[in-house]
Design a protein around this ligand. Sequence first.
Ligand code: ASP
Length: 493
Amino acid sequence: MKRKKIPLHVQILMALVLGAAFGAFFNVDSKKLDFILLVNGEEQSQVVNNWDSIVVSGAAKDVSKVFSSNDQIQIVNYFKRIPAASRRTLTAVVHKGHESQEFTNISAVEKIGTMATAIRPVGTLFIRLLSFLAIPLVIASLIVGAASIKDIKKLGRIGIKTFMIYISTTAVAITIGLSLANLIAPGERVSDEAKNRLLGTFRQESPESIVKDIEIDITDFFLNIVPTNPINAMGEGNMLQIVFFAVIFGVTLTFIKKRHSKHIVRFFRGVSETMIKMVDFIMKIAPYGVFALIAATIADFGFDILATLIWYMFAVVLGLILQTSLVYSFLVKFLGKTNPIKFFKSMRNAQAIAFSTSSSAATLPVTMECVENIGVPKQISGFVLPLGATINMDGTALYQGVAAVFIAQVYGFDLGIAEQLTIVLTAVLASIGTAPVPGVGIIMLVMILQAIHVPPEGIALILGVDRVLDMLRTVTNVTGDAAVSVAVAGGEK
Ligand code: ASP
């Protein structure tokens, strides 16, 4: 009997659900720590559980610290940040009831992994495979795309249109974020006790280096799009520079004699076809990769924090849903002249990959395939999507809007129209400057907070749930890029 094959998107969806269940079942115990000690030059592991408090002390005054029973993540991060040599000079005393245990010669302090965290490498392998595809795929498809457009005016028109739609969707996204944050007022719903706990316990996690100055200079930003060395740009994976170089290269090909250019175009067409075939191969292991990524993330996640930040999360998630379902449906239908249901159906794989990898860049090859399936020509998707992955982050911008207002509310700052407009402006810039990889959105938030004079340490409040929100906002980021490619293609029909 021949078995019917389950379609890929169903397999990926099943992997998401099963992975989440697996991760929840094999959850990392938040009351257990592994002290790895150096005894006679050899590492020895000592497991500690259900401590009441852990007191760390050392020769230097400022290293002393008292941790409570809920502080597992803080303890792990504290030891991680201290250089290995100084770590060994510290003494940790673990108190439990009437007993206490003293540790010296500490080499590391870690959480105890489970089966779910042990399979993380499968997920990492999947992300790496997708990521290596992205740059050759973008270069090849852009060169072929630009060379086949031939008409420089058309290219300019597509470029300007793409840029305008990207900026507009981002502005709409932040406006939605700001409106919801003002309406729901999540910051006013956090109890004083919870505020202190969040600020106190997570403060050490907001690295001082990012709390310093992150500034985007507009002139520099535009100048930086032009690479001085395209090979370096490729080496560093600087998408904007790569896009710039590949477009200029592709367009210039149309200005030289056909007998010189035709082999080059044919070569890059071959490269592009090969990369697309590779996406197909790699997607065969997508269900396993997705399962492993979700399982490891859920297993590692501290659920206790969810209740405290529930209104904040509600505002972000509601905003992301509105942006994704309403704004993009509108774009796809009216500018793209495509049925939104058909669009969302074809986007399922890219959305699942975005959710599990939290990286628009790693998802890019899959996004390109998804929009080509609903008839967006390669010339357009090859140009619009890589650009979008780099400069268009609606989900991130929306989340930054909510987060900025939330943090201001917690600190008791009143944000007037001027400050809210500043958020819109800086969030648009931040969205352009944010790299499409996991967790960068929160770093750019620092810049926004500085612009409205709210203490940047406030990001400590929301760090605990950032991982989940990163997954969700990446789905919006990727869907937004795809919707714009459909819109641009619709206008060119
Ligand atoms: N992870 C997001 C992305 O890759 C960026 C962010 O918001 O951190 O699209």
